[in-house]
Design a protein around this ligand. Structure first.
Ligand code: IPD
Length: 281
């Protein structure tokens, strides 16, 4: 049975290299365009970094498959098979990157037989490195991570992200969900503009729960391994098992808080990553 430890080492090296490219790109002028909606941004750096990550991994592992944010946006089918598959977000927090707002990450996940095996997330502004391999724990700069054990939602800090859809009906549901959680009352709700880094804060115990409608498989893949290995839960917003392609997630340090979130949330519909690449259905 393969333990994929060499893949983790390789992913760490590539994430650091990619992170350095992002760091220097932040200081330069950016050419920005939009994808599914005017708020779904992409820059030349996103393409450049994805190309760097995929070409380096492909050279090392020619038989492996790849799912990348920008390749998918360009029309490559987003398909998770039983084959070893790398799931890549070259720049998570592209809007932050455009504004030089310091919450930007490179995220590299890896799945085999549709099971997530490892995750690497590199914070491009401060160099923090989150890593995990299934069954071997989660780490931040080499120090073991542990989720919050808080069960009482009135003592919870909740994180979320807004997603690309901004039509009035979607925003009404989004604000309704926020209102419910704020008036629970929880300690607060935060939005930092990077799903992967927000999820890392669940793994480190800095916040108790995360939920989002509208994120993608490349936003969840690496982080799901890191949170689970830190002792946390990553599930579907209906309470069932995580469906990587469903574009929705609840993550929490304890099952009690995860269950509470599931009961509160009203869904926002996004098309699936694997069957609806435009994703706004
Ligand atoms: C996005 C960011 C954003 C979240 C979106 C993600 P990107 O990733 O994490 O905060 O709301 O759902 O897709 O486009 O910057 O890689």
């Amino acid at each position: 049975m393969e333990d994929w430890s060499d893949c983790l080492d390789v992913a760490v090296q590539i994430a650091r290299r990619a992170g350095q490219v992002v760091q220097s790109a932040v200081k330069q002028e950016k050419r920005v365009s939009s994808k599914s909606t005017p708020t779904d941004l992409v820059t030349e750096a996103d393409h450049q970094v994805e190309e760097l990550i995929i070409s380096t991994l492909r050279e090392k592992y020619p038989s492996h498959r790849f799912i990348g944010e920008e390749s998918s946006a360009a029309g490559v089918k987003c398909e998770l098979t039983d084959a070893p598959t790398w799931i890549i977000d070259p720049i998570d927090g592209t809007c932050n990157f455009v504004h030089s707002f310091p919450m930007v990450a490179v995220s590299i996940g890896f799945a085999v037989r549709k099971e997530l095996e490892l995750g690497v997330i590199y914070h491009c502004f401060d160099g923090t490195l989150y890593t995990a391999r299934k069954g071997h724990g989660a780490f931040c700069n080499g120090v073991r991570l542990q989720v919050s054990k808080e069960k009482d939602v009135s003592k919870a800090l909740i994180l979320t992200e807004i997603g690309a859809k901004r039509d009035p009906a979607t925003l009404d549901i989004f604000s309704g969900n926020m209102k419910k959680l704020l008036s629970a009352p929880t300690h607060g709700v935060r939005i930092i503009g990077s799903s992967t880094l927000a999820l890392c804060h669940i793994a480190s115990g800095a916040a108790e729960a995360y939920y989002q409608y509208g994120l993608h498989c490349w936003d969840i893949a690496a982080a799901a391994v890191i949170i689970r290995e830190a002792g946390g839960y990553v599930i579907d917003t209906t309470g069932g098992p995580l469906d990587l392609m469903s574009r929705r997630v609840v993550a929490a340090g304890t099952r009690e808080i995860a269950d509470y979130m599931v009961k509160q949330l009203q869904p926002i519909n996004y098309g699936r990553d694997d069957t609806d690449p435009d994703g706004l259905a």
